[in-house]
Write a protein that binds this ligand. Sequence first.
Ligand code: ADP
Length: 641
Amino acid sequence: MNMGPGPGRGPGGPNDLYEKMKPPKPKHLREVPTYLRTVVGGVFSRLLYIFRLVWEARPALLFVMSFMALFNGFMPVAGTFISAHLLGRIVERLNDPTVDLWVPLLLQFGYTFLYFLVNDVYKVVMNISGELVTNHVRVKIMEKAKEVDLASFDQPEFYERLENASREAGTRPVTIVNSTFGMVSQLITMISYLVVLGGLIFRLAWYASVFALLFILLSVATALVGFYFRRQKFLYVRRKSKDRRQMNYYSDLMVNKDLVKELRLFDLSDLFIGRYKGVFARYFKGLKRLVYKETAWNLSLGFLTVVVNCVLFFIIASNIGQIEGYTIYTGALNAVSTAVTTVLTTIGSIYEGTLFIDNMILFMREKKTIRSTLPEGAVPERRKGHRIELRNVSFSYPGSDRMVLKHIDLTLEPGDTAVLVGLNGAGKTTLIKLLTRLYDPTEGTVLLDGRDIREYEPEALYRLYGIIFQDFGKYAEPVRDNIYFGQADAEPTDEALENAAREASADEFIRRLPRGYDTPLMRYFEPDGVELSIGQWQKLSVARAFYADSDILILDEPTASLDPMAEQELFRQFDRLRKGKTTVFVSHRLSSAVTADKIILLKDGEIAETGTHAELMAKKGEYYTLFTTQAKRYLSPDDTA
Ligand code: ADP
């Protein structure tokens, strides 16, 4: 479950992306041009990025959109002239019945038809393009996520970026490109009408131009008010990101499949719903205030606009004798004022929209460091039994100074079985992540067959390992696939899959499932999906490791969810499986350590003891204490007496 971001991620905090991307505010008047250039440059480069995304998805989309921008730009002007022409003819016909109305009527009809036809087709195109671009961006994000270092995922900042990118970057590009083209249309309309209006100024009394100017200024003011309040809402929502995360957290809790049992039995549902409502009320209060304020402004401006409008139209009406001229000029005025508002509003929304794409841009720029240090990555030889060596390895997780592993020196000879033991948090899993080069050590080197593992091609290196993590994958796919994923680069055969399942003691329960190996797992997609017990899942994960034809076997608590009988059986099978392979086990159950070639006891990130079971027992140190404590739990007081 997504538990929400950690502390210190509030807006304005060190990780606030928008604050970081913003150019510094100018302190002097002379810095203003530079500041504006940076802002405009930023918007342009983001716009370019967005256009490129649409272009990559389907180049034709951009052509269709450009055509629509021109079409929608000129059509209103043409429409005004056609309507005015028709009206003029109708008035003429009142005095002279011989005036023919056919041509203007046909023109009007043709115009309306063309306008609706093109726009309807365009709507369909836009719907489809929305899907196409969203899909393109999703795939792009998935492709990138595939290669990003695991270490990046540990950083909350990166993770938030990834989440935001996948949430927004899909739908926004089309909207933004569309708005940009819409703005171009409006500009074309506006300029054409301004040319028409230009003629008017010379024909009317001087105060007409004052009112015309006032009319246009009012539309600028309307747009600015809209822009201001949008920004206020944007800032408000950002400031309240903790509230929003909390609301998401509570609503996620309520639909979380793993928690539903506990919520019911502890009767927590109403409590969490109540908390959700509480946070929402707090969040909504501020938002409501902003909406009221905006409405008050809009109503006042709207009222003023209507008054100015009335006066202006009255002036035009009393100055222009012809109905045709009246229609054209009032139409032009209305259109210019709408265009001014729309253009300004669109600029605002494009600016805001482009900010969101920063998540995606930064995510796509994430550097990959897990790659071969050689120009041509080395490919490790495939054979059972590799020599693994750690030399003075220390490690701290990215974004943290705490050394989780300190000065580890360790050698595993080919075919060795090593067991890592130690308390929770001692660093066992971390050591495995370094062995397999999921992470690079902060200090020191890991060698495979005498060579720094950083020199190998990571993909080729990963192929050597058959691995079961503590939090192994449970895939909502058929049983067969859950095993086959162990080595997905080769076509699976039923025989190999069943062998692996048999070796993992999974075959028996799989055969009892309704559709055997083809049974879909989990109920995400399939109504007949089967929910396995955690022990059964674990057996499947072991089968997956058996199926992977690996050289090195790594098992992190592979028996944690198994009952003692199954555990014993599995250990016997591991014995067979690991023949000749270098094997690393992490286990809490020290019984598994008894036969190991090497036991490595980690304590607070350091190797406290190493040796065989017999050696360590004789030493009567940490291992001895751990082992005897655990053994006592399995024996009755009589046995220990
Ligand atoms: P073990 O496997 O021995 O229980 P781990 O290797 O999982 O221990 O963890 C060692 C230490 O590293 C713990 O203190 C844990 O909190 C920390 N740790 C583990 N994973 C991460 C991570 N992704 N980011 C930061 N710290 C981590």
